[in-house]
Design a protein around this ligand. Structure first.
Ligand SMILES: Nc1ncnc2c1ncn2[C@@H]1O[C@H](COP(=O)(O)OP(=O)(O)OP(=O)(O)O)[C@@H](O)[C@H]1O
Ligand SMILES: [Mg+2]
Length: 473
C-alpha cells in the first residue's frame, strides 16, 4: 500500500467517526413503505446524515412543528391514494405554509414527470424518481443543503425582491417582421388615453401588451387593475366591476368598491371581454360613454377617470353579427385595435423568446443553465406551437426543471413527436393537436379536396378553412 492511499484511508475514518454526528445535517424522510424508509435510513446514515423517518403526511407536519430539520425528502404517494400524488402535493403546500425556507425534495414514481414538475412549481427544490440512484440522490441532497445554507438568510430575500421587480416591468420580445406593426402601434397609442382592444389567439401575449401600454402611459404611477370577465359568474360581475353598497342584496354585508373605482386615474384591463354577459354590456357602455357609474344599490353617481384596455381571443365582429356582443360597445372599446399574430407567423422570435424564458426559469429554480443544445433549438424551431408563447413558456419551464446538464437538450423539451402531433399517443396530445391531425388525415384521404374533407369531418367548408388557417396547413 502506498503512503498516499494510507493517508486517504485515515481521512475517511475520521470523517466517519461518531463524535461528528451532532453536527451532521438532519433529514426527515417520509414514505409509507417500510422498506423504502429502511433503505434510505441505511444509505443516509452511511453518508453521515442523521435521519428521522415517518410514514404519513400527518407525521411530517407534527415533526416539523416540534423539531428542526435541514432538509425533507418526501414521497408524493401515500397509502390512501396511491397514484395521483395529490396527498403529497397537499403535504408540500402545508410544509411551505409552515416554513417556506425548508428545502423539500420529492420522490415520484418513474414516469410521472408531470407530477414532479407540479411539485417543483409548488416549491419543491428538486425531485428524484423511484427507484432512485444512490449517487444522484446524494448529490441532490448535498447541493440543496449547500444552497439552503447560503440562501436561508438575506440572500434569499434579495433574490425574491429582484424577481418581483423584474416581474413589474413587462418584457415584450418582438423582432419578427410580423410584430413590427404591433410595436409601432404600441409606441403610438401607449402614451395616450385611447381605449385599446387587443386581439389574438390564446397565449399570444395580450396581457403583456396591455401591461406595456400601461407602462408607457402617464398613468404608470397608478395601478392597472385587471378584471377577468371570463372567470366571473354573471351575478357577481356587476358588483365586482361597479361595486355595491351595503344591503344592495342579501350577501352585501358592507360597501364594496368595484374595479372601475379601484382603477381610478389608472388603467382598467378587461380581459376576455367577449364573455361579458349581454345584460352587463349596456351598463359597461354607459360608464364608458359618460365616465360615471353607480354602485349596485346606490343612486349616487361616481365620476371615474379610467383608461380601458380590453382583450379577447374571440372574433368580436362575428360575435356582434350573432348578436352576442353589442356593436356600440365594440366601437367604444376598439378606438385602436392591436392584433397579435400567432407564433407560427413569427417564428424568427422563437430563439429570443426561448432564451428569455430560460433566463427566468433558471433563476427561479436556481439552475446553472444558459443555453439550448443545437438539437433542442431545432426542436423548438420545428414545433407548431398551437398554444403560442404561453406553450413555449411552459415547455421551457418544464425543460429547465428536467435538465441535468448545463444546456437544455431536445429530450428535456418533450417535443420529440412531430410538431403536428402525428406519432404521439392520443393521451399526450392536446385537443388542438388531435384536431390538426384529424384534419390532415381527412385532407390526405380526399386528396386535398376541401368540400369532401369538410363533409367527412362534419364541418362546413368555411369552418374547415378557418382551421386550416389556424394550424397553418
Ligand atoms: N412578446 C413576448 N415577449 C415576452 N414574453 C411574452 C411575450 N408574449 C407573451 N409572453 C409571455 O407568454 C405568456 C403568455 O402571455 P399572455 O398571458 O400575455 O397571453 P394572452 O394572449 O393574454 O393569453 P390568453 O389568451 O390565454 O389569456 C406570459 O408568460 C407572457 O409573459
Ligand atoms: Mg390573457
Amino acid at each position: 500500500m502506498s503512503p498516499m492511499s494510507a493517508t486517504d484511508q485515515s481521512v475517511a475514518n475520521v470523517a466517519g467517526e461518531p463524535k461528528r454526528e451532532a453536527l451532521a445535517p438532519r433529514i426527515l424522510v417520509a414514505d409509507d413503505q417500510p422498506d423504502v424508509r429502511e433503505a434510505l435510513r441505511i444509505l443516509l446514515k452511511a453518508e453521515g446524515y442523521r435521519t428521522e423517518a415517518v410514514a404519513n403526511p400527518g407525521a411530517v407536519l407534527s415533526a416539523i412543528e416540534t423539531e428542526e430539520f435541514d432538509i425533507l425528502l418526501i414521497d408524493l404517494n401515500y397509502a390512501r391514494d396511491t397514484t395521483s400524488g395529490r396527498e403529497g402535493l397537499d403535504l408540500l403546500s402545508r410544509i411551505q405554509a409552515t416554513d417556506s425556507t425548508l428545502p423539500v425534495i420529492v420522490m415520484t414514481a418513474w414516469g410521472t414527470v408531470e407530477l414532479a414538475v407540479e411539485a417543483m412549481r409548488r416549491g419543491a427544490r428538486d425531485f428524484v424518481q423511484k427507484p432512485w440512484e444512490n449517487q444522484r440522490l446524494l448529490s441532490i441532497l448535498r447541493t440543496q443543503m449547500e444552497l439552503s445554507r447560503a440562501l436561508r438568510h438575506s440572500e434569499r430575500l434579495e433574490a425574491e425582491n429582484r424577481l418581483l421587480r423584474a416581474q413589474g416591468r413587462p418584457t415584450l420580445i418582438a423582432e419578427a417582421a410580423s410584430m413590427q406593426p404591433v410595436l409601432q402601434m404600441i409606441a403610438r397609442v401607449g402614451p395616450s388615453d385611447a381605449n385599446v382592444l387587443i386581439t389574438g389567439e390564446h397565449g399570444t401575449g395580450k396581457e403583456v401588451v396591455a401591461q406595456t401600454l400601461h407602462a408607457l402611459s402617464p398613468r404608470v404611477s397608478r395601478p392597472m387593475v385587471t378584471v377577468n370577465t371570463g372567470g366571473l359568474p354573471e351575478g357577481i360581475f356587476e358588483s365586482e366591476v361597479f361595486g355595491h353598497v351595503k344591503g344592495a342584496f342579501t350577501d352585501a354585508k358592507a360597501d364594496r368598491v368595484g374595479r372601475f373605482e379601484l382603477a381610478q386615474h389608472g388603467t382598467l384591463f378587461l380581459d376576455e371581454i367577449a364573455n361579458v354577459p349581454l345584460s352587463q354590456q349596456a351598463k359597461l357602455l354607459r360608464v364608458l360613454q359618460t365616465g360615471e357609474l353607480q354602485r349596485v344599490g346606490s343612486s349616487k353617481t361616481v365620476k371615474v377617470d379610467v383608461r380601458v384596455i380590453s382583450a379577447t381571443n374571440a372574433d368580436l365582429r362575428e360575435e356582434t353579427a350573432q348578436k352576442r356582443f353589442r356593436e356600440d360597445l365594440l366601437f367604444r372599446l376598439n378606438t385602436v385595435e392591436i392584433h397579435l399574430p400567432p407564433m407560427r407567423e413569427r417564428r424568427e422570435d422563437i430563439p429570443l423568446l426561448a432564451m428569455h424564458f430560460l433566463r427566468i426559469y433558471a433563476q427561479r429554480y436556481r439552475k446553472a443553465l444558459n443555453s439550448f443544445d443545437p438539437a433542442a433549438m431545432q426542436a423548438l424551431l420545428d414545433h407548431a406551437w398551437p398554444g403560442n408563447v404561453r406553450e413555449l413558456d411552459h415547455a421551457i419551464e418544464r425543460a429547465v426543471l428536467l435538465a441535468r446538464d448545463e444546456s437544455i437538450r431536445a429530450s428535456d423539451l418533450g417535443l420529440r413527436a412531430r410538431s403536428d402531433g402525428m406519432g404521439k399517443g392520443l393521451e399526450e396530445m392536446s385537443l388542438e393537436d388531435v384536431e390538426a391531425t384529424l384534419i390532415k388525415k381527412a385532407l390526405a384521404r380526399y386528396s386535398g379536396n376541401i368540400s369532401q374533407a369538410a363533409e367527412a369531418l362534419g364541418l362546413s367548408r368555411s369552418a374547415l378553412y378557418r382551421r386550416l388557417q389556424k394550424y397553418g396547413l
